[in-house]
Design a binder for this molecule. Structure first.
Ligand code: ZN
Length: 247
């Protein structure tokens, strides 16, 4: 059995699949990763715009990045065939939960119902004083004459994402742990599995006896634990396996 057939066999014989997704999946929707990005993206340093201490001291840098880079990219990004394949698996009651490290909300846009966002969602922007939530469009509008942008109550705004220096939201982490403990297969999709503690989740799944498959463009530190490793485009692989597997 080649690795694509093996992956298809895992998918078709499991009914409590958890997908664990990362930056490689978003990259296939045109959202660059921190590493290896070029052009305008490199004008802003993630160690500054995504650092909580820096953000609280001077949010201007983040909002300039938002206006010039994040907003144009995220507001144009569309789900890709890998997102769609995971929706299909959920619809067929084979997949229970998507756990993602991504902050772009593309799983929900594709139609996934049960999504745990470990690092939050950059489309949601909250007031640090009163908690009121704004969309990216609303904040982009405020930025036309206000830097940094402010809530109607004049409080400061912050995207609902986990910055460097912040801990992962307890509820999300707890939910992810529960999902992983209960899964019968864990599909890693587009994660290089180097960001901890999130990358511990596939280890936990494997220890609990779940079958582990890794689809990522590059090798990962957990490849030795996996039953199947496919170093290729997540969109191509999942589209072939899911669409081809149910004919
Ligand atoms: Zn407010």
């Amino acid at each position: 059995m080649d690795s694509m057939e093996r992956l298809r066999e895992i998918v078709e014989t499991s009914d409590r699949i958890v997908a664990f997704t990362g930056a490689g999946l978003s990259a296939e929707s045109g959202i660059p990763t921190y590493r290896g990005a070029g052009g305008l993206w490199t004008k802003y340093d993630p160690n500054i715009y995504a650092n909580i201490d820096h953000f609280l001291r001077d949010p201007t840098y983040y909002w300039n990045f938002f206006q010039e880079v994040r907003y144009p990219i995220i507001s144009q990004a569309q789900p890709n065939p890998a997102h769609d394949a995971l929706v299909e698996l959920e619809r067929r009651k084979l997949l229970k939960t998507v756990i993602t490290q991504n902050i772009d909300g593309l799983h929900q846009m594709a139609g996934s119902q049960n999504v745990i966002e470990l690092h939050g969602n950059t489309r949601r922007i909250g007031c640090m004083e009163c908690g009121k939530e704004y969309s990216m469009d609303e904040v982009y509008g405020k930025l036309q004459d206000q830097l940094p942008p402010r809530c109607d109550c004049s409080g400061g705004l912050k995207p609902r994402v986990v910055f460097f220096g912040e801990s992962l939201p307890f509820e999300a982490l707890e939910g992810a742990n529960d999902a992983v403990k209960d899964c019968d297969a864990c599909l890693v999709v587009g994660s290089s599995l180097v960001v901890y503690p999130a990358a511990m989740l596939p280890v936990l799944a494997s220890e609990k006896g779940a079958r582990l498959a890794i689809i990522n463009i590059d090798p990962t530190p957990l490849d030795h634990m996996a039953e199947v490793v496919i170093n290729d485009s997540a969109g191509d692989v999942l589209h072939t396996v899911v669409k081809g597997g149910f004919e």
